[in-house]
Design a protein around this ligand. Structure first.
Ligand SMILES: [Zn+2]
Ligand SMILES: [Zn+2]
Length: 282
């Protein structure tokens, strides 16, 4: 994928531009490319569009405001998907649910696995969302939940779904290494293979088995989590990613990066570069 244009601050038609770009095929754009603690960038979040259908992946705490800076409302998307429960990925999700219910009077369509649904509601959302003036909400009262089908359990859990012509393969990642190896993690975290050609890891520690467990033949672009300092524990570090072979690195745009990015030269190290906020990739 290549950058075809960048949506400037103050634009009033950010999502329309994405929809227009998507008429000829898949288009991607990152409202944020930063790490959880970055100040130069907003938390990593991804807009996917194809033939006018839009999907927002992850809603970190500042994402509703960041979307507004390009004329996009948090309720404007056809679908939503959440990769895991850290605040830089779900901090704005309560706003989506309550704003949609009370102000927009609509129910957002949220793609998530049955396994993750209970964790997300019970451990994160219930505190702010459950009680209302006349009783209690359930998760399904505030979102239309769309469950993907599980298509593999081993060596890695994989779920699949097609929405609006966008094929999503949702794969488990090892972001928090509870069990000390890459075979699994008690902490729910996932990445996405989009239309078989774009791999987005979301948050993961260094885990080259991803490239063995997924069908990589048609993947032309990889957006990979990257921590810019050592030691790495729950993210893949820049130095670890540098050890991958050149064929992977040349397709790899780095996301979820911190404020010291200007000290690095990813193209000199064989990467495609740092993913750029609000660039439309096609
Ligand atoms: Zn994160
Ligand atoms: Zn995380």
């Amino acid at each position: 994928m290549k950058v075809i244009q960048t949506i400037a601050p103050g634009s009033s038609d950010g999502l329309q531009r994405m929809c227009d770009a998507s008429q000829s095929g898949l288009a991607l754009c990152f409202p944020g490319v930063g790490s959880a603690f970055a100040r130069q960038h907003d938390p990593t979040s991804l807009i996917i569009a194809k033939q006018g259908v839009t999907l927002l992946v992850d809603i970190g705490t500042t994402i509703p405001r960041v979307l507004s800076s390009r004329g996009i409302g948090i309720g404007d998307f056809d679908y939503y998907h959440i990769t895991h429960s850290h605040a830089d990925h779900i901090g704005g999700l309560e706003e989506l649910l309550l704003f949609s219910h009370y102000v927009l009077k609509k129910t957002p369509r949220l793609i998530l696995s049955r396994e993750y649904k209970k964790t997300l509601w019970d451990h994160s959302l219930r505190g702010g969302c459950e009680h209302h003036e006349n009783g209690k909400f359930r998760f399904e009262d505030l979102a239309e939940l769309i469950f993907p089908n599980q298509t593999a359990e081993s060596p890695r859990e994989i779920y699949e779904l097609e929405v609006g012509g966008i094929l999503l393969l949702i794969f488990r990642t090892v972001h928090i290494p509870t069990e000390g190896d890459n075979s699994g993690s008690k902490f729910w975290s996932t990445g996405l293979l989009i239309d078989g050609r774009v791999l987005f890891t979301a948050d993961t520690r260094f885990d080259p088995l991803i490239f063995e467990h997924l069908p990589m033949d048609n993947v032309d672009t990889i957006f990979h989590d990257c921590q810019l300092y050592e030691p790495s524990v729950v993210h893949a570090s820049y130095d670890q990613l540098k050890t991958l072979d050149a064929g992977l690195r040349s397709r790899m745009h780095l996301t979820h990066y911190g404020d010291t990015f200007q000290k690095f030269d990813p193209s000199a190290d064989g990467f495609a570069g740092f993913a750029q906020p609000w660039a439309i990739y096609q």
